[in-house]
Design a protein around this ligand. Structure first.
Ligand code: MRU
Length: 365
């Protein structure tokens, strides 16, 4: 994506050739700042504290975290240590484990002397694969948007609702849910995006809105509770969301609040699509509601909010009475029956066991 005329990915090798640069997403939307990761500890902190977030980007950062570990010690013990440290940083997005398993598969058969270069090469490959996957999701999702546009009057706006940030910032480039949006917008279709603010961390308001603004895509930020009302009044043509883990039977785990949007979409006959890169499929899990571990984060994210003051400072304020308990479930699961289709890099498929296994037979267990 272009930021102030310069093309950025969200993660790249530092000019020194070994450290890893990222964009600190905790500072958005008011500050664009990069941070350099120099060790596995740095990578683990960046994932845990959400300087990087979004399932695919978490995976790529973890892969580079393994590469950084190989700089000081390429033994089997060091590999296992780095894997264990990184895999525990966030529990829900399966891309983290997927990327670490890929690194292990590539590195453990090699002699120690070959592991350092191989680790950087595989991490770079995983990053490039993410970009290619998202571009394909963009093309496949674009076909759906075109078919919706074909049913409207020429030039009529296509309204798409999205939740959280499954955008450029959640991936290496393009995004998953945003890839079809960017592709359609770039092709000249009149797209407008309803952006759920996505409390408590406001990834919609601070990240998705920022991206769409920079790319010139018309959009409106709405409080999380607004989508149902808009759907009842015919103001949403389709929803596209991302996913942190999709089960073998097509249940979709994504940012808290996704499930409510899927219910509202179902009640109003609004197509509800999930952009699904294949590393996000967990073939070991079937029933998402029962089996996917849901991250619970600090209550501070609920009881406090940060923003820009009139004199340009970032300030955090308390919005809940002291003494009230708060709960902060970061994700929920949308059962497959509410998903109109999964937009994957291999085409748009049904959210069920047969279709998913048929599309990705090499991964199915
Ligand atoms: O807690 P986050 O910000 O990491 O959650 C991100 C999401 O829920 C995204 O929708 C998901 O990771 C898909 S990103 C392509």
């Amino acid at each position: 994506m272009n930021v102030n005329g310069r093309h950025y990915r969200t993660i790249w090798l530092n000019d020194n050739g070994w450290a890893v640069d990222i964009i600190d997403q905790t500072k958005f939307p008011h500050v664009f700042e990069t941070v350099t990761l120099r060790s596995t500890d740095d990578a683990a902190v960046a994932i845990r504290d959400m300087l990087v977030r979004g399932a695919p980007l978490i995976g790529v950062t973890a892969a580079y975290g393994m590469a950084l570990a190989m700089r000081t010690d390429a033994s089997d013990a060091a590999l296992a240590r780095a894997y264990d440290q990184l895999v525990k940083t966030r529990p829900t997005a399966i891309n983290l484990k997927w990327a670490l398993d890929e690194m292990m598969k590539s590195l453990s058969p090699l002699p120690q002397s070959d592991r350092l270069w191989a680790a950087y090469a595989r991490a770079a490959e995983i990053a490039d694969e993410d970009v290619a996957i998202n571009q394909s999701i963009g093309r496949n999702g674009f076909d759906i948007i075109k078919s919706i546009a074909a049913k409207k009057k020429p030039g009529e706006t296509i309204n798409i609702l999205t939740h959280c940030n499954a955008g450029w910032l959640a991936t290496v480039d393009w995004g998953t849910a945003t890839a079809p949006i960017y592709t359609a917008h770039d092709a000249g279709l009149p797209i407008h995006v309803w952006v759920d603010e996505t409390r408590p961390r406001n990834q919609g308001a601070s990240l998705t809105a920022w991206e769409l603004l920079h790319h010139g895509v018309p959009h409106t930020v709405i409080p999380d509770n607004t989508g149902g009302h808009l759907m009842q009044h015919g103001q949403v043509d389709m929803a596209i969301v991302g996913t942190d883990r999709t089960t073998a039977q097509g249940d979709v785990c994504n940012k808290i609040g996704t499930y409510l949007k899927a219910l509202a979409a179902h009640d109003n006959g609004v197509p509800f699509y999930v952009a699904l890169p294949s590393p996000t499929i967990d073939f070991n899990v079937v029933d998402g509601v029962k089996e996917i571990p849901i991250e619970q984060r600090s209550g501070i994210e609920v009881s406090h909010m940060s923003g820009l003051t009139r004199d340009g400072r970032i300030e955090t304020v308390e919005i809940v009475p002291r003494g009230s308990r708060v709960a902060n479930y970061a994700f929920d699961v949308t059962p497959a029956k509410y998903v109109t289709g999964l937009i994957t890099e291999r085409g748009v498929i049904a959210a069920n066991r047969v279709a998913i296994a048929k599309a990705f037979p090499e991964r199915a267990v």
